[in-house]
Design a protein around this ligand. Structure first.
Ligand code: TXA
Ligand code: MG
Length: 315
């Protein structure tokens, strides 16, 4: 029996599987089986009012789940699907509350990962999948990360290699005008260029204040996001205790610190590598993780959004 056959059998039986996608690994269940979908919430420890994304093999299946609110939907699907874009649309009445967290909308994505495509096509229906991590923690970007999160609690983690994108999909609501809910690899510029209209940015994103932050996508270890001047001063002040501190740099390090994760200085490669680097540092049981703040530029929007959530403190 192939891995795809096993995956499909388990989904049909109402079981959960670890599913590779090009963004991050998902914790997947048959989206039309509310009992299976509820298992996702209990395994992740996720509050029931957080909706999950429904994954489809192709945009042809869209009208089985949502109302198509405008021509923008077809344009976006043609341009970016399969790929790392999620669209939020008004749900059809039959879509269960377990998926939507009680809301009147559903988030839909058509992933491009060849293994995800194979499984979705063979399964035929929608697959509900949040990222395959415990609630609030860093999303998994390889099969081993999923096993580290859930161990024997999952009967199958399909191994699709390292995720190519490494950050969660861009989420765009099309319930009213286009509104960005989460930045990702598909940028707001790309979407505006395609639609020829402005995309608004959700208040939840635009009003994120510096200082103490709401943690999500977070390591267990205390994590600070710091500008260069702050890092130099902090490392100097730590002295001997520096051995208990891990540093994540953006490009070549100009700092004197023993435990360094040096990440690429471009946003695409940085995004692909950052979660694995944070997981390695988290496993080293340090006192502190310091992340060097990448450039505050539009190309870094998705990376900066996730780093702000990974950190407790931003200086
Ligand atoms: O790249 C991804 O999107 C990955 C892979 C597995 O597809 N999935 C993912 O799912 O990141 P999750 O559940 O970890 O994050 C989905 C986000 C959540 O913040 C959720 O609140 C939001 O999407 N979301 C889901 N349905 C929504 C809806 N109907 N309206 C607004 N936000 C929604
Ligand atoms: Mg998640």
């Amino acid at each position: 029996m192939t891995q795809t056959d096993r995956a499909v059998d388990l989904l049909r039986a109402g079981e959960l599987i670890g599913l590779p996608t090009e963004t991050v690994y998902g914790l997947a269940a048959d989206a039309s089986n509310p009992v299976a979908v509820r298992k996702i919430f209990s395994l992740k420890g996720r509050p029931a009012d957080h909706p999950v994304i429904v994954h489809l093999a192709s945009s042809i299946q869209l009208d089985e789940w949502v109302e198509i609110t405008s021509d923008n939907v077809g344009l976006l699907a043609a341009a970016f699907w399969p790929g790392p874009l999620t669209m939020v649309l008004p749900k059809l009445p039959e879509v269960d509350n377990a998926i939507t967290g009680g809301q009147q909308t559903v988030a839909i994505r058509v992933p491009s990962h060849p293994v995800a495509q194979q499984i979705l096509q063979a399964f035929g229906g929608g697959v509900a999948a949040p990222s395959a991590n415990r609630f609030g923690r860093i999303s998994p970007t390889c099969a081993q990360h999923v096993r580290d999160e859930f161990g024997d609690l999952l009967s199958l983690v399909v191994d699709g290699g390292d995720c190519e994108v490494g950050l969660e999909s861009t989420i765009l609501s099309l319930v009213n005008g286009p509104e960005l809910l989460r930045p990702g690899a598909i940028s707001i510029d790309q979407i505006e260029a395609l639609l020829g209209e402005q995309v608004s940015v959700s208040n939840r994103l635009s009003q994120r204040a510096p200082g103490l932050l709401e943690r999500h996508y977070a390591p267990v270890t205390t994590t600070w996001l710091m500008a260069d001047a702050g890092i130099a001063a902090r490392l100097a002040a730590l002295g001997q205790d520096q051995q208990r501190t891990g540093l994540v740099t953006c490009g070549e390090s100009k700092f004197d610190c023993q435990i360094i994760e040096q990440l690429p200085a471009n946003p695409t490669d940085y995004g692909q590598a950052v979660y694995a680097a944070l997981r390695r540092l988290d496993r080293a049981l340090l006192d502190l993780i310091i992340i060097q703040r990448p450039p505050q530029e539009p190309a870094w929007a998705a990376v900066n959004d996730r780093l702000a959530r990974a950190a407790q403190w931003k200086v």
